[in-house]
Design a protein around this ligand. Sequence first.
Ligand code: URA
Length: 434
Amino acid sequence: MTVGPPVIRPAELIQRKRDGHELGADEIAELVLGDVPDYQLTAFLMAVYFQGLTSAETYALTDAMVRSGETIDLGAALGRRVVDKHSTGGVGDKTTLAVGPIVAACGVPFGKMSGRGLGHTGGTLDKLESIPGFRVSLSTEELVAQVREVGVAIVGQTADLVPADKRLYGLRDVTATVDNVSLIAASIMSKKIASGADAIVLDVKVGDGAFMKTLADARVLAESMISLGRRAEREVVAVLTDMDQPLGRAVGNALEVREALRTVRGDGPADFTELVLGSVAHLLALSDLGVDETEGRRRAEAAVADGSAFEAYERWIRAQGGDPDETALPKAPLIREVFAPRAGYVRRLAALPVGLAAVHLGGGRRERDDAIDHAVGIVCLKKRGDRVEEGEPVAEVHARDEATAEEAAADVLAAYELGDDEPRAQPIVLDTLS
Ligand code: URA
């Protein structure tokens, strides 16, 4: 992972970035790949946070990160064009769990490396681990063999794939330097490029539960990632999607797997189903099937309707050692309903407090090595625009004990804003860029 001689001037490079100058690709590579201590890398990240990176610098950072470890050529191993998706992270975002089997049922290989939860946002690996027996660590050979035989595999990122991102991300997470467009774009795209995707659908979340709070910021992030993909000769489509309220109804690991499974069977919540089918349509249009998005959407809907998507789900979960039966998923011992204090319309259901409430119930980590309680979480029975009557349940809290249930119920209730007027409907997909 170390290139060339040890860096002798990181402080000089940090100073130039601090003062707003552009660094060369070799200089960025020296910082990322050289033997630079954490305190200097952290100072560099903070300089980037304030000064930003030019598009050439962002590409140089991405490229150096890709070169920090192994790369996988899934396309060559499978002899197919490989498509991938990535979400920038949100609350209730179980999209990959439903997209994978539907894409596979449509005849397109889906081999994906996913991550764990981060802060208030959940992670696909944590969700998958709520399935009894499910193995998330497969070797690259096992991943390739499973995608070839079963059509779909979703695994944890190997330690050798973009180790520089692991290091930089760990530093960013504890030094308030996560939410910078260039750093996020390089982090995400380096992993996508290193894991061999030919075409990528990026789900850029926008709103209070996302890293990007405004549509304008999300657009800048999407454009940056599209440009990085283009320079690395990958096709990229970015969908900007609503994260001002949780996606679907379920927030919490096993609850989300259950919702994804129901969606694959055609019985999912409207916003989540729309996002899943739209993402599959984009992925099929980018694949080697030779179809456009309209036909992709038709095939996605058909795979759900004829049961082939559910069959692909069952095959996939079994192949990774899991029990695909919904009843095998863990259940929390206690379910506490949250009641509407008045009649009206749900004007707002803030995503961030719901995500945090799920973490406090034990469904996420406060510290890196915390164990996760897969059974707990929240089901949002009412969402923005829904009519409620006084005393009607708006949500369920699934908890391990009374004390955590009580606290989460109060947090969830505070996330709801009720009003007299029906709010204007907002689509789940706010914009699409390519
Ligand atoms: N997801 C990532 O993989 N990296 C970031 O920096 C932010 C979200």
